[in-house]
Write a protein of this length. Sequence first.
Length: 319
Amino acid sequence: MAKGQMGGDFSQGYNQTIDQEVLDVVIPQSVERGPTQDDFTSQAWPKSNEFHPTIPNDTRVRPRLGMSPDLDDPQSQVSFNLPGVGPLRQQWEQNRAVNITPILPDLQANIVRDWYMNQPEDWWDRIIYPDPDFDYDKSAIENPGYYHMYNAKAGDPSIERRLQHARDINNNKGFSYTYRRTGDPTDNYLHPYLKLFQSDVFKNYLSQITGYDNLEYSDAHTFVSNYGPGDYNGPHTDGDNGRIAFVYHLSKDWLPQYGGLFMRMDWDWKTVNKVIVPPFNTLSVFDTTWQGKQGAPHLVSEVAQGCNNRRISYTGWYL
């Protein structure tokens, strides 16, 4: 894919049920195999300040996200078809990224989308990073495994001050973000249809596309995000969150001028090598290793002021 080329080159391969696809497709020996999940348990991740010294190392890598909802729902079963593996595997081998569409049948995809779109504002957590009132240096010494982002509740009088601080950090080439997302895992935030992503059949399907065997799903590595006007996620890598990252897009009729674009960059933190305008009912999958280094620099651009749509997606990682 050429530098700056827009994503969305969806495969037009044949369709059959995922059970047929998994049984019928044999991955040839020529497909490159990635590292196993054991390679990620104690690996030291590369420091990025040699590429972008104005951004501290500890802000470059997003940590593991502690969310573990109980999703045992007897109504979660749904029949579905997925595109054939062959063309998708070719896209992956070329770009280390692929868009898979459709994921759910149109009816179910719209049900999921509407369910999240109709949640009240106070159902979502407003997260802001960094927190100007938190001592990150002290925390790094006393509690190095802890990652702090401010969770603003409706009516919090400090929100504007905190948002301005985050934007100042972003303008000075530091890492910051603000958007809405699902919060406490006990709230059962995941729509039952999205249990598809946990299934062994679907994990095997992704293994055949990516060459990564024995992919492992964890509730602790997923959440649903909701970007509205002014929301963004600054340049960062996903570090050791997993071997592949995924974003299931639930926004309809999203246009480039709305912002909220996913951009993957080279390690100069400037050259954009892939852009995705959120396509409805499409799963974007990315390798967390890029250009021979662990981590793939990326961002979500700011959603335009006045945009009356919402950029909603289900995001996570497979170990």
